[in-house]
Design a protein around this ligand. Structure first.
Ligand SMILES: [Zn+2]
Length: 306
């Protein structure tokens, strides 16, 4: 018996029938707010889901008033690692830190320079190597990451996109990083697109109709439509049964998430009725599939289980 079920002596994932997903995220907590219900669903169906967390979230602020205490600020890295472990258990996923240092979200005018040694200023080639090594060990069929704008403009999210794209291209190429494991080519890559306008409008309208004050009003009023965002959603994964699991995982990130905050204003049953999917954009695809899709493994499931 191997110490890790489904893994060979070299630590590589070996079960040929298991579908595998690798979600690349910038900070601990991002995995719980972007695609978490999708991950929990695939885990329940028997897939192996790995989250690669690029940074330790060292420069995150405390966004939950109940946790805004000096002893929390002093032990931020340790606490966020612990929170991530809890969320990992709730979602049933595997998770690894890639070991880079949070860049923080620069604020002010002019913006202050990024701190030395941070993820966003690091060497892209070196960072790509770390993710390539993980891909070659985990052998995912599908990857998820953020779009070219990071989903929102945090420098670590943009770098997360760059590293993910570079690693997707390099992992299957025997000439790239030959000492980082046996080549493995993931077949699809998606961007998380859950926070798109159509969904926010639907939730906003549903809450307003039910007499609940929507937290999205101001956000939508200030929304600027960008041509590159039209038609991003190619794939809607039904996962409403796992919305409560997603919320539990989010709450596990206690320093980052206020359980009384706007994340939780919309009742679960209203979300389930109004927008029962998490949504993605298919950005790279090496298999045959027909859009729109409702499954990240469409076009892959058939061959893996053959
Ligand atoms: Zn983040």
């Amino acid at each position: 018996m191997s110490a890790h079920p489904g893994r060979g002596d070299n630590g590589r994932v070996t079960d040929p029938d298991q579908l595998r997903l690798l979600a690349v995220h910038a900070h601990p907590d991002d995995e719980s707010s972007k695609g978490a219900a999708t991950m929990a669903k695939y885990v329940a169906e028997g897939a192996r889901v790995m989250v690669a967390t690029c940074t330790g979230g060292e420069r995150g602020s405390v966004l939950n008033p109940a946790m805004d205490r000096p002893e929390v600020w002093e032990r931020m890295t340790e606490i966020r690692t612990h929170e991530m472990a809890k969320a990992r258990e709730i979602l049933g996923i595997e998770q690894e830190f890639l070991g880079f240092v949070d860049s923080g979200l620069p604020e002010g005018d002019p913006l202050p320079p990024l701190p030395e040694g941070c993820f966003a200023l690091g060497d892209l080639e070196e960072q790509t190597r770390e993710l390539v090594a993980l891909i070659r060990r985990e052998r995912p069929h599908v990857m998820t990451t953020y779009d070219e704008k990071g989903g929102y403009p945090h420098p670590d999210h943009i770098r997360c996109h760059e590293v993910s794209m570079a690693a997707f291209e390099a992992a299957g190429d025997p000439d790239r990083f030959p000492d980082a494991g046996e080549p493995w080519q993931p077949l699809k890559l998606y961007y998380n697109t859950t926070f798109h306008k159509e969904r926010l409008v639907a939730l906003h309208t549903a809450m307003t109709d039910r007499g609940i004050e929507s937290p999205y009003g101001e956000w939508l009023e200030n929304w600027v439509d960008k041509p590159e965002d039209a038609g991003r959603v190619t794939t809607r994964v039904p996962c409403a049964d796992y919305f409560p699991t997603r919320d539990q995982a989010l709450i596990a990130h206690a320093t980052q998430v206020d359980p009384n905050g706007r994340w939780f204003t919309c009742p679960i049953d209203l979300q389930q009725a109004t927008w029962p999917t998490e949504d993605f954009q298919l950005a790279r695809c090496l298999v045959d599939t027909a859009l729109p899709e409702d499954d990240l493994f469409a076009g892959i499931r058939e061959t893996v289980h053959s």
